[in-house]
Design a protein around this ligand. Structure first.
Ligand code: GLC
Length: 510
């Protein structure tokens, strides 16, 4: 049996506000994405995941949804979205949506109704609780952001608090209420019927809560421990969501955002191949420093912990919630080496739009900060060309441009076949044509010198060796094969000489 498409795919995440504007309001839109589909086909990715484009007051830039079944006018219309899906499919690209089941916007009609009175038929769709005896919140949970705020807000009119793991404008849904489950399943069906290929599930680990809502020590930045560790009810819900999704033809996929700081328990969300198809291992994915021991451990741990039959790894270096890895790792040479790593590991890689251009985070002056979670830098607009507006209709989009946009833009990098953009393209095309790189085994080399990670990818047809030098010095390491790809574009198609250059990564064909 051949592998489902999502096991061999490379997924490209688009943050729609920042991809490309076409109507001149300074915010990217669906038509902008549609016009650049050919860039993605040229690059060689297989699927796009769109961060939310649904109706929203935009307090969390779309992760506060007020209507799950309609497009926000900022991005276009439902017809634009249908057209985008159709055009993507016509080019062989799959389309994943971002589904936000843990919370809605406080402007969603469900919450508006729920907050109306204590006897509202939708009261129990959210978590409403009486104040503690001292009048304060029902427990000690803190919201993820803004830093330090309580996860409870008092509604003066009805005298009760409601729960929100994120902003007060993002009240948590109560998934123990069967009507909530039905309504959210209807949302999934709405999009599956419109031929979407799957969902990235926002805060997938957080939808079930301990019914006692006990006090708990904050785990990280105040996120309550209980809310970021799996509850049995979360797994029950994920199984039902999986059954629904698997009822549709064409290998629709569920990839969950699993964010667990200490337990690293993302491996528990596959169930017995009856929960998530794929799970992000956050924050480990985006927080592993560019150091050989850290990556060696991570690769070994993923191999050891993920059940070889029921689970399949994901790999991600950047997303819309964290500084870009080009900024974290500190140089383009390291970002290039990281591309070789990301695209040769065993599992499904996720790229974040702009990493193929080697973009750094933008500097955001204090008066231009718009995100309550301080994540603006990695959400800067994509520069498409060298003109003063970088291919956008206006020079001044919603966030400042990333550094050096006059040189670091798609048009300029396209014209230079030694650029990082071409490196990504070569890696993607090599991966696509190699069964060993897509689905083969991964064997880590033992006894590698300090600062080096080396591994083989192999199946019955082929064997590749990948060498990553995390240091800025030459390192000697014995291996054999022809250099098919070098992160610095030097020496490709030559025999490996036994030395890995500073910050260099090599893909050797054996
Ligand atoms: C997820 C999203 C993030 C959002 C949060 C609340 O972590 O990736 O952008 O702010 O959920 O929806």
């Amino acid at each position: 049996m051949s592998a489902p498409w999502w096991k061999t795919a490379v997924v490209y995440q688009i943050y729609p506000r920042s991809f490309l504007d076409t109507d001149g309001d300074g915010v990217g839109d669906l038509e902008g994405i549609r016009r650049r589909l050919d860039h993605l086909v040229w690059l060689g990715v297989d699927a796009v995941w769109l961060s939310p484009v649904f109706r929203s007051p935009m307090k969390d830039h779309g992760y506060d949804v007020a209507d799950y079944c309609d497009v926000d006018p900022l991005f276009g219309t439902l017809a634009d979205l249908d057209r985008l899906i159709a055009d993507a499919h016509a080019r062989g690209l799959k389309v994943l949506f971002d589904w936000v089941p843990n919370h809605t916007s406080d402007q969603h009609p469900w919450f508006v109704e729920s907050r109306r009175s204590r006897t509202s038929p939708k009261r129990d769709w959210y978590y409403w609780r009486d104040p503690a005896p001292d009048g304060g919140p029902p427990n000690d949970w803190k919201a993820a952001f803004p830093a330090g705020i309580d996860a409870w807000t008092l509604d003066a009119a009805t005298g009760q608090y409601y729960l929100h793991q994120f902003l007060p404008e993002q009240p948590d849904l109560n998934w123990d209420n069967p009507d909530v489950v039905r309504a959210m399943h209807d949302v999934l069906r709405f999009w599956l019927d419109r031929s979407v290929d799957g969902f990235r599930i926002d805060v997938a680990h957080g939808i079930g809560k301990d019914p006692a809502l006990p006090n708990e020590k904050p785990e990280w930045r105040g996120i309550p421990h209980v809310a970021v560790n799996e509850q049995p009810s979360t797994h029950v819900q994920l199984r039902a969501i999986r059954r629904l999704t698997d009822g549709y033809p064409g290998d629709r996929v569920l990839v969950g955002e699993i964010f667990q700081l200490f337990t690293h328990a993302h491996d528990r969300y596959f169930g017995e191949n009856d929960e998530l198809h794929l799970a992000f291992d956050l924050p480990a994915s985006v927080a592993t420093p560019w150091e050989a021991p850290a990556w060696r451990d991570r690769i070994a741990r993923v191999a050891a912990r993920l059940d070889p039959i029921h689970a399949w790894p994901t790999w991600v270096l950047s997303n819309h919630d964290t500084p870009r890895h080009r900024s974290r790792f500190g140089s383009e040479a390291k970002a290039r080496a990281a591309a070789v790593l990301l695209l040769t590991l065993r599992g499904t890689p996720f790229l974040y739009a702009g990493e193929e251009l080697g973009l750094e985070d933008a500097e955001i002056p204090p008066d231009r900060r718009v995100d309550p979670g301080h994540r603006d830098g990695c959400r800067a607009p994509i520069p498409w060309d060298s003109s003063s507006t970088h291919g956008w209709p206006t020079p001044d989009p919603w966030l400042p441009w990333p550094p050096q946009a006059e040189a670091r833009n798609a048009e300029r990098l396209l014209a230079d076949d030694t650029s990082i953009l071409h490196l990504y393209r070569r890696l993607l095309s090599t991966r696509r044509s190699s069964s060993a790189l897509r689905t083969g085994a991964l064997t880590l080399h033992d006894d590698t010198p300090d600062g080096v990670v080396a591994y083989d990818r192999h199946d019955q047809q082929e064997r590749w060796t990948i060498l990553i030098n995390f240091t800025s010095q030459l390192v000697a390491y014995a291996a054999s094969g022809t250099i098919t790809i070098a992160s610095d574009a030097e020496g490709e198609r030559q025999r490996y000489s036994g030395v890995i250059g500073p910050d260099q990564a090599l893909l050797l064909r054996r």
